[in-house]
Ligand binder design. Structure first.
Ligand code: CS2
Length: 518
């Protein structure tokens, strides 16, 4: 009888048939109501989701958040006494994609699958249940402010991208002239930016006695907590200096180092993942098996037992951030532009090209590692091998164009500290001159074989783009690169023009050999 009822329920919820090659499978839809009917091999939340309350608001629910913090919190929710640490997800983005994501999450009761792919091909998938509510801010800004003002919320975490903190590269200050910031300073109840939301919510909490929350940045930035603090305090002081003081005295901004490679999911990936799980998940995530999260233990209003869920709580987070940003993200950004120009589209394919592998090896070994101090228990040489091994993982098929996106912000974020030190110390700067020459060539949107790709550079103005295509030195002068005045450095300009000319006359391969020559 039970089996019959189960079958009827299965039929009522309308499993869809998919075929991959010759195999066709019945896929079970995913939502709170179908959890008990999912294929047995798929791990599902082992806690009562209905009893979970929100303790965290997360702004920027991209694939990275869903495969990183939300997965760690899902582990926490399995611990006794942790039912108050669910997540309310918030999306600030406008446009059709953002609205679709909100709809998909709502229809799936905010459930989704994460599939972890090890380099040996082993895969495991599970349903993550830690996001219990999702709010699309443009559709209802007041709901977001209410959620953030709820006394139950004790942490507000952020993945709003490296460029999202609105810090001017030239001055290092929060840009109070940005139109959205100007808007938020005068329209307190309908903010557009993360800072407008956070500061208005803190003002309300201060007035109501609900107390502060921790602001935890999870973006790939040097000292991300300090940057988040600068942004929040600058905004708050511009709005109300006394509120700024209150925030400074009560809110904490721990620095964190986040690490997990999470590729974009194409429609083909989605079909393959769903067929292998037997589930019709509209928003599945795929990630490498590796996951690291190091956090300073500075939470002003409490935290879950993150250590029990695999997080490292340490005082020397900044050292980890520096190593990860300069070695892993630095290598990514050094690799992606020449690799795309050479016709590669996935990271592991590029790594199987010995010239590109050599470029990264030289870069880490010669340019980066001599400048770093390893935290206790970390060997830089092992770290280098681990980075190269992770990039070479064929199972995650990470997209080079994902890494290229927003290169104007990523290049300075991940390479300029190393470049500045190399310039100061009169060391080899060829890898940097080479990658900037490749970046300029990449902006044309066609690789060396003529294949077109989409260039995603929200921080380069159309005028800069035109200028850059005429005069190679104008690429060095774009606002995002202002901190180093590279166009005014004769030594750098000489090397950069050498690579620009070499790429134009002889091609990227020849320039690549020259950039990693002994
Ligand atoms: C990548 C990162 O987007 C990028 O530039 O380097 O997303 C990288 O995959 C993660 O930081 C790995 O932790």
């Amino acid at each position: 009888m039970a089996r019959v009822a189960q079958r009827l329920a299965r039929a009522a919820s309308g499993p869809r048939a998919w075929s991959i090659g010759k195999v066709s499978k019945q896929l079970q839809s995913l939502s709170g109501g179908t959890l008990s009917r999912l294929p047995r091999e798929l791990a599902v939340p082992g806690y009562a989701r209905a009893r979970v309350r929100a303790g965290i608001v997360h702004i920027g629910v991209g694939n990275f958040h869903r495969a990183h913090e939300a997965l760690v919190l899902d582990r926490c929710l399995h611990l006794p006494g942790h039912q108050d640490w669910g997540i309310v997800g918030v999306g600030l983005g406008k446009g059709a994609d953002a609205a679709r994501k909100a709809k998909d999450l709502e229809e799936q009761s905010c459930l989704y699958t994460v599939t972890e792919c090890a380099p040996d091909g082993a895969r495991s998938s599970r349903v993550i249940g830690s996001i219990i509510r999702y709010l699309h801010a443009p559709a209802n800004p007041e709901a977001v402010l209410e959620a953030l003002s709820d006394p139950g919320i004790r942490i507000v975490s952020l993945t709003i991208t490296e460029g999202g903190y609105n810090i001017c590269e030239a001055t290092g200050e929060f840009d109070l002239t940005h139109p959205d910031v100007v808007h938020d300073l005068t329209h307190h109840d309908v903010p557009r930016t993360a800072f407008g939301h956070i500061v208005e919510a803190l003002a309300r909490r201060r007035a109501s006695g609900a107390g502060p929350f921790t602001v935890m940045s999870c973006d790939n930035l040097r000292h991300n907590g300090d940057v988040a603090k600068l942004a929040v305090l600058s905004f708050a002081r511009a709005k109300d200096p006394r509120l700024g003081d209150w925030i400074e005295n009560h809110v904490t901004f721990p620095n964190t180092m986040v690490d997990r490679i999470v590729p974009a999911v194409t429609p083909e990936d989605r079909s393959t993942l769903n067929a292998s799980m037997g589930v019709d998940d509209r928003i599945p995530v795929r990630a490498e098996a590796f996951l690291q999260w190091v956090i300073e233990d500075r939470f002003c209003s409490g935290r879950p037992d993150l250590a029990a869920a695999g997080v490292e709580l340490r005082d020397d987070v900044r050292d980890f951030e520096v190593i990860k940003g300069r070695m892993l993200n630095g290598s990514h950004v050094l690799l992606c532009f020449p690799a795309v120009l050479l016709g590669y589209r996935e990271v592991h394919q590029a790594l199987s090209d010995p010239s590109l592998a050599k470029l990264l090896d030289r870069f880490m070994e010669r340019d980066v590692m001599p400048l770093l101090i390893a935290p206790s228990g970390v060997s830089l040489r092992d770290y280098k091998s681990m980075v190269l091994g992770r990039f070479a993982n064929p199972a995650i098929r990470d997209q080079l164009l994902r890494i290229c996106a927003n290169g104007a912000v990523k290049l300075p974020t991940f390479l300029f500290k190393t470049l500045a030190a190399c310039l100061d110390q009169g060391r080899d700067i060829d890898r940097f001159a080479f990658v900037l020459a490749c970046f300029r060539r990449y902006l044309r949107g066609r690789d060396e074989a003529g294949a077109a790709y989409a260039v995603d550079e929200p921080h380069i103005t159309p005028a800069d783009q035109v200028a850059s295509s005429r005069d190679p030195l104008d690429t060095l002068r774009i606002d995002a690169f202002a901190s180093l005045d590279l166009a005014g450095n004769r030594g750098f300009v000489r090397r950069y023009l050498k690579f620009t000319d070499m790429i134009a006359a002889e091609g990227v391969s020849i320039a690549l050999e020259a950039a990693s020559a002994d």
